[in-house]
Design a protein around this ligand. Structure first.
Ligand code: ATP
Length: 228
């Protein structure tokens, strides 16, 4: 289990802390505002009120013992930069910072933060992506430019073996898994584990209602979806 610090308990920081706790992780929650600390106090492992721009205060509460720090202290660039730098200087192995703007994100990247997240931009992009590709059930960016897409088997592939579809050759995307809607006998419901075929073989038959999990470069995935 890893330990996390969440610094800044606005809506984003609070949601991160709550979800980490719900996933059984240890969370140290920090905010300069005593009310925020009190509100989250019962939920997280430790909640501490301190000014995170103060290096000595951060050290005193043991920030150097956490594995990951999530910095989400709002729009003030100066404070974010200072807190990120302090966490890195104190040896936190992974520092993630929330940014509202690309400009702020660039500054944070320049000073070496491990990851910048842009919650509003990212959720807007996810929504727009979903609206633009209604067939797509799920889209996840794994690393920059490479993603996973979940979508129903396009009608033109129904009844084909995986190798006959030539999806990999034609589109440079890999079918990482096939989620079955039903077994060979459609009247018999599949149990949950048998539903996901995560080592699909070239001889697997694609059937109506199956769902494909595709992995590839975003532009290849987009082309695949457009051409169905
Ligand atoms: P959202 O609410 O959508 O996450 P936001 O990041 O702008 O937006 P704010 O509501 O501004 O969030 O919350 C930032 C939090 O960070 C506030 O709770 C604020 O008290 C806290 N904060 C700001 N400066 C410091 C600091 N120097 N040290 C610790 N906490 C801070």
């Amino acid at each position: 289990m890893r330990t996390f610090a969440v610094i800044g308990l606005g809506r984003f920081g609070t949601a991160v802390a709550e979800t980490l706790v719900a996933n059984g992780q240890e969370v140290l929650a920090i905010d300069i505002d005593p009310d925020k600390v009190e509100q989250i106090g019962d939920l997280v492992t430790h909640a501490v009120q301190c000014d995170a721009t103060d290096e000595r205060a951060l050290k005193a509460i043991g920030i150097d013992n956490v594995d990951v720090a999530v910095v989400s202290i709002g729009e003030a660039i100066e404070a974010s930069v200072l807190v990120v730098m302090t966490c890195m200087e104190l040896g936190v192995p992974e520092v993630i910072a929330k940014s509202g703007t690309v400009k702020q994100g660039k500054v944070l990247e320049k000073i070496g933060v491990h990851r910048v997240v842009y919650p509003e931009r990212e959720s807007a992009m996810r929504l727009a992506h979903a609206l633009a590709t209604p067939n797509q059930l799920e889209h996840l960016e794994l690393v920059k430019g490479v993603g996973v897409v979940e979508m129903p088997v396009p009608p033109r592939y129904v009844g084909m073996l995986l190798r006959e579809t030539q999806i990999r050759t034609h589109y440079n995307v890999n079918v990482a898994a096939v989620v079955r809607s039903h077994g060979l006998d459609p009247r018999v419901p599949l149990n949950e584990q048998d539903r996901v075929n995560f080592i699909p073989s070239p001889d697997d038959l694609l059937r109506e209602g199956d769902i494909l999990l595709l992995i590839g470069h975003e532009h290849d995935l987009a082309r695949f979806q457009e051409e169905q």
